[in-house]
Design a protein around this ligand. Sequence first.
Ligand code: ATP
Length: 339
Amino acid sequence: MADQGTYTIATLGSHSALQILKGAHDEGFGTLAIANRDTKALYRSFGFVDEVIAIERYQDFPALMPQLEKRKLIIVPHGSFVAYLSLDEHKRMTIPYFGNKAVLDWEASRELQRQWLSRAGLTLPRQFERSGEIDRPVIVKLYGAQGGKGYMFIRDSADFEARAAHLKEEHIIQEYIVGVPLYIHYFYSPLENRLEIMSMDRRYETNVDSLGRIPAAAQEGMDVQPSYVVVGNSPVSLRESMLAEAYRMGEAVVRVSKEICGPKGLFGAFCIETIITPDMQFFVMEISARIVAGTNLFIDGSPYSYLHYSEPMSTGRRIARELKNAISSNKLGMVLDDG
Ligand code: ATP
């Protein structure tokens, strides 16, 4: 049996777990889904999932750790994994973990994230501290909102006073960028010291993506406000003339991460969320430092991953490939954080 066959890749049953475990299986690893009462039957139904452990609630995962620590496991985290566990629980986890946990602090704080992205030379939407400063349309974003829930489009400072000034929840006020939202999925391999563009998607949001179906004149008086709740993702291929800039942005983010989060920096899968304006400027809204759900569109690979691999290569499988290469070259320490 190849070396990777003695390891099991484990993740929490949600988000992109199917992609991660399918990729792990295709690369020769054992696979474990940690599911709950509602999801265990689903994960058991897939042949590539070797084992399912069901817990009551995903938040109970830390109680399972002593049992998991005894095994030859590697955890691959995803967005829901991070959401269900606190930052501290994450850091306390001593099961080998694909990724650099030092990145979590820089990602979790909107302020630190802004510093990171600005230092990488990326263009960010302006941020306003108080309503008096608002001199253009803005979007008010609630902290911790997921999938755009509760975001508000605000025309000007008077509109802010009328509709948002009373908000109790923590929020930020950000310049509204009119353009196409594009989410770029990258993979940085520390073993090969190479950045790859894996795929891209745009989100489909209700109702902002459907307002154009009603002429502006007909909307007058209807009192419809745009909302940004995500209902799906669609694949995109970017104009090739814009790819070099997308690549440069990814490189810059990785380079700066090595200055701020220790020498390992950011590695593995990550996503830069952008909005592209008519003059082809990428405005960066956010970075996610791990596999994002938009990659689920590409379980069978994307046009970009095909260019690299000539075989189906999802981001989940790319993670497993990196782990496999690390095992065979005795460099697992380069891609794991073990607490
Ligand atoms: P997730 O954590 O799932 O990525 P989120 O809650 O962090 O989502 P964002 O990605 O920040 O949400 O934004 C959700 C949507 O809001 C975007 O897809 C975009 O349509 C809109 N949006 C966010 N920021 C801006 C902006 N500055 N200008 C215009 N639209 C924006």
